[in-house]
Design a binder for this molecule. Structure first.
Ligand code: HEM
Length: 289
């Protein structure tokens, strides 16, 4: 009963804040197009960036360094984590609990495939010069667009299926404070429901962030907006891509290496009872034994 209430309060707060921010921006502009609205919102957060051409030209190539730092840094940290703590292992011999429905799994794997394409082709566009900048990179740029549409098409149903389960809960902060128990070899129950706080954060970033990536990316691909707008979109697209890259690597590490058997859950749709008891104990309280 408390979860829908928390959700309602949260949605109302976002609506109130969103409406006042939008009306503030709209004041003096008359009816604005979504593009104009987005530009104004970006202006609030990015200041006069779009007009600072020289800084912009210097900033863009530095994204290559940032991406390399995020990819190598985050992967290195997880390699270290794996060497020190190893994976968490749970028995799948006991009763298996239905966890992911067929539709969820279908759209998850479409999103996963498209995101992987987006990630790799995005890097190819970023490092185009080193790859010869020829027809190979141009083809990957088209693939980037196609995968963007696929990803957008998959996260809409995923969002509708999962958003309720992904709303913040009172125990999420404790999960963050204990880092989900991942800094220990001991098996102890952590405060989490069907999804833990880290998974929820990934969900919101991937879905809401995914829509922003799609919107900004679409304009960047067509290259048909005022220069200042394109610059703003490029910064948003790149900064968000850096954040998503860090979380994507985290998601891959957690599901492929840190928790043995997680991959099987997303293939078969069922999770072992022991894993749920330790990693998602509140889920058992919610659905009963
Ligand atoms: C190749 C890429 C990917 C792989 C291998 C992968 C794998 C998995 C696996 C095995 C699970 C089940 C985890 C468990 O129940 O313990 C899972 C869950 C999930 N995946 Fe992915 N996934 C990928 C990409 C994505 C993408 C792009 C999204 C963005 C929409 C995404 C969103 C989620 C969410 C929200 C969950 C549920 C909570 C969680 O475990 O994080 N995944 N994924």
């Amino acid at each position: 009963m408390r979860r829908p209430l928390v959700g309602l309060v949260l949605v109302s707060m976002v609506l109130v804040w969103g409406t006042s921010a939008f009306s503030e921006i709209l004041r003096g502009y008359g009816p604005a197009s979504p593009t104009e609205l987005f530009r104004q919102l970006a202006g609030v957060t990015l200041g006069d960036w779009p007009t600072r051409g020289r800084e912009f030209i210097e900033l863009v190539p530095s994204f290559k360094r940032y991406f390399l730092a995020v990819i190598l840094g985050v992967s290195g940290l997880f390699l270290l984590h794996f060497l020190i703590f190893g994976p968490k292992r749970f028995s799948r011999g006991e009763q298996l609990v239905p966890y992911y429905g067929a539709v969820t799994r279908l759209f998850h794997w479409i999103a996963a495939l498209c995101f992987t394409c987006l990630f790799l082709s995005g890097l190819a566009v970023l490092f185009a010069k080193s790859l010869g900048a020829g027809s190979f990179v141009r083809t990957l740029r088209v693939l980037h667009l196609v995968a963007g549409f696929g990803f957008f098409g998959a996260i809409i149903p995923l969002f509708l299926i999962w958003w309720r389960d992904m709303l913040p809960a009172s125990y999420d902060l404790s999960w963050f404070l204990s880092l989900g128990g991942y800094l220990s070899r001991k098996k102890e129950p952590v405060p989490a429901g069907k999804f833990n706080a880290g998974q929820k954060l990934w969900f919101w970033l991937a879905t809401v962030g995914g829509v922003v990536m799609f919107y900004t990316g679409f304009y960047l691909y067509r290259f048909e907006a005022p220069v200042a707008t394109l610059r703003t979109y490029l910064i948003i697209h790149n900064v968000l891509a850096l954040i998503l890259t860090a979380f994507f690597i985290t998601h891959l590490y957690m599901t492929l290496f840190a928790v043995k058997g997680a991959l099987k859950s997303m293939i078969t749709g069922r999770k072992g009872l022991e894993e749920i008891k330790y990693l998602h104990p509140k889920f058992l309280e919610e659905v009963g034994p």
